[in-house]
Design a protein around this ligand. Structure first.
Ligand code: W6P
Length: 397
C-alpha cells in the first residue's frame, strides 16, 4: 500500500527536538515569510513524528493491536498521516496552500482530542479479554509513556503553528503561541490551587489552606519567580498534584474542622526552578510510590464508574503519569517523596534556561523495538519470589 511506503520512509528520520528558546525565537519573528518557514518545517516534521510512533504502535502485541479502541486510534493516525503527506510536493506554498495546511492541522487536532481516553479504554479491553501479566504491563508502560509524550509534542507543534498563523484570536498579547515568556509561577500555583480547592470543597465540604513561599536567591531585587514556559502544561501538573494532596489531607483528618495547610515552595536556582508541594496527608509507603505512575494500576477496576463522576478527587487516573510526561517534555521532572505516616512532597523541576529546555522525544529505533520483541526482559537483580510481590518492581528496560 502507498501509505505503508511513506510510513517506512518517514520513520527512518529522527524527530528534531526544539527548545523553548527556539519556539520563542521562531514565534517572535512571526511576521512576513515565517508562516512559509513553519509550513516547510512541519510538513516534514509532523509526518516524521507520526511515523515514528506509528511504527512503535505496530510493534505492540497482536492481541492489543486488535482491541477495537487501539485500532481506532491507529486509524486516526493513518488518516492524519495521509492528510499531511499530501503537502509533500508543495515546495512553493501559495496562500491557499498555507491556509489549507492550517485548516488541516486544526482538523487533525480535533480528530485526536480523545486519544488518551480511547487508549485507556483499549487497555481495559485487553485486560478484560486476556488479563495482563507483569511483562505485558511493563511493555505497556514503556509504550504509553512514549506514545503520550509523542502526542504532547505533536500537539505542541500544531498549537504553535495554528496560534501564530491561524485565525483564532491570540490567547494573550504577550504570549508566543502557547508559551508565556514571563510565566509567573506563583500565579499558576494559585490558579491551580483555587480550582482544586473548589472541587475538594464540593466533595468534602472542606479543603486545606495554601501557603506559598517564593525564593529567588540569584536575583535579590525580587522574590518573583518567572520562567519561559507553557502555562497550560504547568497548570495541568499543579492541578493534579493539588487534587492528590488535598484528598490525602482531608482523608487523613476525617471529621477535622481544621486541616494542616498545604505548603508550596517555589525557588529559582541556577539550573532548576523547583516547585515543591508538601502535604501532611499521612504519606504513602515507598513500595507504593511507583504504582502511582503506572497506567495499568490506574486502569485497575475502579470502585465503580459512576463513583468517579461524583468523586472528582478520587484521582490516580492517568493524571500523575501524564503530569510527569509534561514535566519531562522540556527536560524537567516530577518526583514524589513520601514520609510514610506523615506526609508527601511532590516536586516539579523546570529548566531555568530556555535553551536547555529541549523537547524530549521518543525515537523509533532498534532499542525501542527490542523492548517489544523481548518476551522476558532480563532481570539482573536478585528478587526472591518475583511472583509474590506486586507490580512495584519494574524489570530492566
Ligand atoms: C499523597 C499521595 C500523593 C500523590 C501525589 C501528590 C501528593 C500526594 N500526597 O498522599
Amino acid at each position: 500500500q502507498q501509505t505503508a511506503k511513506f510510513l517506512d520512509a518517514y520513520s527512518q528520520y529522527h524527530p528534531l527536538p526544539l527548545s523553548i528558546q527556539q519556539f520563542v525565537d521562531f514565534g517572535k519573528g512571526s511576521k512576513s515569510g515565517s508562516q512559509d518557514a513553519s509550513f516547510q518545517f512541519l510538513r516534514k516534521e509532523l509526518p516524521v513524528r507520526l511515523a515514528n510512533i506509528m511504527k512503535e504502535i505496530s510493534l505492540l502485541p497482536d492481541n492489543l493491536l486488535h482491541m477495537p479502541s487501539v485500532s481506532l486510534v491507529m486509524n486516526w493516525y493513518e488518516q492524519s498521516f495521509r492528510e499531511l503527506i499530501q503537502f509533500e510536493s508543495q515546495t512553493k506554498a501559495s496562500e491557499k496552500v498555507l491556509n489549507d495546511f492550517t485548516d488541516i492541522l486544526v482538523h487533525i487536532r480535533n480528530r485526536h482530542s480523545n486519544v488518551v481516553e480511547t487508549m485507556a479504554q483499549g487497555m481495559l479491553e485487553l485486560k478484560e479479554a486476556y488479563g495482563i501479566d507483569h511483562n505485558t504491563e511493563n511493555r505497556i508502560q514503556y509504550f504509553l509513556d512514549r506514545f503520550y509524550m509523542s502526542r504532547i509534542s505533536i500537539r505542541m507543534l500544531i498549537n504553535q503553528h495554528t496560534l501564530l498563523f491561524g485565525s483564532q484570536l491570540a490567547s494573550h498579547p504577550r504570549h508566543i503561541g502557547c508559551i508565556d515568556p514571563n510565566c509567573n509561577v506563583r500565579h499558576v500555583v494559585e490558579d491551580a490551587y483555587e480550582n482544586a480547592r473548589f472541587l475538594c470543597e464540593q466533595y468534602y465540604l472542606i479543603a486545606p489552606e495554601l501557603k506559598v513561599e517564593c525564593l529567588n536567591p540569584s536575583d535579590p531585587s525580587t522574590e518573583d519567580v518567572q520562567c519561559v514556559y507553557v502555562p497550560s502544561h504547568l497548570y495541568h501538573m499543579l492541578f493534579e498534584l493539588f487534587k492528590n494532596s488535598m484528598r490525602a489531607v482531608v482523608e487523613h483528618y476525617p471529621m477535622a474542622s481544621e486541616l494542616p495547610k498545604l505548603n508550596v515552595l517555589i525557588c529559582k536556582g541556577e539550573e532548576d526552578i523547583t516547585i515543591k508541594l508538601s502535604d501532611d496527608g499521612g504519606g504513602i509507603p515507598r513500595s507504593k510510590l511507583d504504582l502511582l505512575f503506572q497506567y495499568m494500576y490506574s486502569t485497575a477496576p475502579q470502585p465503580s464508574r459512576s463513583d468517579t463522576a461524583s468523586a472528582p478527587l478520587a484521582g490516580y487516573g492517568y493524571g500523575l503519569p501524564l503530569s510527569r510526561l509534561y514535566a519531562r517534555y522540556f527536560q524537567g521532572d516530577l518526583v514524589l517523596s513520601s514520609v510514610e505516616g506523615h506526609g508527601t512532597d511532590a516536586s516539579i523541576y523546570l529548566k531555568v534556561m530556555s535553551d536547555e529546555a529541549n523537547e524530549l522525544l521518543p525515537v523509533y529505533n532498534r532499542t525501542a523495538s527490542r523492548v517489544y520483541a523481548t518476551d522476558k526482559p532480563v532481570n539482573d537483580w536478585s528478587s526472591p519470589q518475583p511472583w509474590a510481590h506486586g507490580n512495584t518492581h519494574s524489570t530492566a528496560r
